[in-house]
Design a protein around this ligand. Structure first.
Ligand SMILES: *Cc1c(COP(=O)(O)O)cnc(C)c1O
Length: 369
């Protein structure tokens, strides 16, 4: 008996629903990872990723692992044991960057802001000027809080101190414009299951020339053989020699997902994400939901809303469970300090449409009455 799966509208913090064309692409028969047809597809994938990241970096590639491995790859390549890193923490994923960095043996300086607010640029600049770290790392799109962090000023402060900039773009790639080159970002990572509308499992990453040069000049080799960008370059850098077996079906999916994105165009896709999120906030206001994040710093693909009393009294986890089991709609609860007080509603990629907002609002009304 083949497996069956329930129909779900995935409006949580990820994964989002995959585009039907992406699911069809995954069902294609396998070819080898060194097959000329596959290498051609990989060239296309790398090229389209450069477009979405806003970079000309040669080392732009789909890492064969989820977003957290992309985080680990960026930090493990640029940090050596004993190096300093300044991490901006405005949510759970900034916290994860600290954890990853300290396991690498780096000395971590945390610059924290209240959950739901962006990083304080002058606090970041002060810490960077004082520590003069090897790496400055922070999250562009904090999926745990729904904050969109402005990048250029912090990146400029990092460059003034001679630091490398690592940016988490997991929930912004293909949902919002990215300009890695213009912003001066040296290493960035993303995931396929958010605004790209592909299944989880790959992490698009990009390393600048300057970052790759730094990796080649390290005193000690990168601790992780698998994530060493110098070794990954053997396969992804043009020579196309064996490093590991690329996950063929996942790359088919990403290739198709990127074609869908480019057919729509990033400008239209960005507009659609903004419109859907605005519609969500307006539609849930009459039910008593209030945005957690100040206007101007809201992250359109992931909206965080404070819960009204009616939902808290019913038990917010029970309401989410009813949305899932009775209506087939997944939304996310709060994380850490925000658990029990907010919901995280993702309108990512294909899902960023007003019709999905209508479905959620109708299901919520039915659940609460
Ligand atoms: C989802 C997410 C990650 C982790 O990605 P995984 O694919 O779950 O490993 C990292 N950072 C942010 C901002 C995310 O939203």
């Amino acid at each position: 008996m083949p497996i069956t799966t329930p129909p779900r509208l995935l409006l949580g913090p990820g994964p989002s629903n995959a585009h039907p064309r992406v699911l069809e692409a995954m069902a294609h028969p396998l070819v080898g990872h060194l097959d000329p047809s596959f290498l051609e597809l990989m060239d296309e994938v790398q090229d389209r990723l450069r477009g979405l990241f806003g970079t000309r970096n040669e080392m732009t590639l789909p890492l064969s692992a989820p977003g957290s491995a992309g985080m680990e790859a960026c930090l493990a390549n640029l940090l050596e044991p004993g190096d300093d890193v300044v991490v901006g923490v405005h949510g759970v994923f900034g916290g994860r960057m600290c954890e990853v960095s300290s396991r690498i043996g780096a000395r971590v300086t945390r610059v924290e802001s209240e959950m739901g607010t962006p990083l304080d640029v002058s606090a970041m600049a002060d810490a960077i000027a004082r520590v003069r770290p090897r790496v400055v790392a922070f999250v562009h799109a904090e999926t745990s809080t729904g904050v969109l962090q402005p990048v250029p000023e912090i990146a400029a402060a990092a460059h003034d101190a001679g630091s490398f900039v690592v940016l988490d773009c997991v929930t912004s790639l293909a949902g919002l414009p990215l300009e890695l080159d213009a912003w001066g970002v040296d290493a960035a990572y993303s995931g396929t299951q958010k605004c790209l509308s592909c299944p989880p499992g790959l992490s698009p990453v990009s390393f600048s020339e300057r970052a790759v040069t730094r990796v080649r000049e390290r005193e000690r080799p990168v601790q992780s053989w698998f994530l060493d960008v110098g070794l990954l370059a053997g396969y992804f850098g043009g020579e196309r020699v064996y490093h590991h077996t690329a996950p063929i079906s996942a790359v088919y999916a990403l290739a198709e997902g990127l074609r869908v994105v480019d057919e729509e165009g990033l400008a239209e896709r960005t507009r659609r994400h903004r419109a859907a999120s605005r519609h969500l906030i307006e539609s849930l206001a009459p039910l008593g939901f209030e945005p957690l994040v100040e206007e101007g710093f809201r992250l359109p693909p992931l909206t965080t809303l404070r819960l009204p009393a009616a939902v808290v009294e019913r038990g917010e986890a029970d309401v989410r469970r009813s949305l899932l089991l009775d209506h087939g709609i997944e939304v996310g609860g709060g994380l850490g300090k925000l658990a029990g007080t907010i919901w995280r509603i993702g309108l990512m990629g294909e899902n960023a449409r007003e019709a999905n907002v209508e479905r959620l609002v109708a299901a919520l009304r039915a659940t609460l009455t």
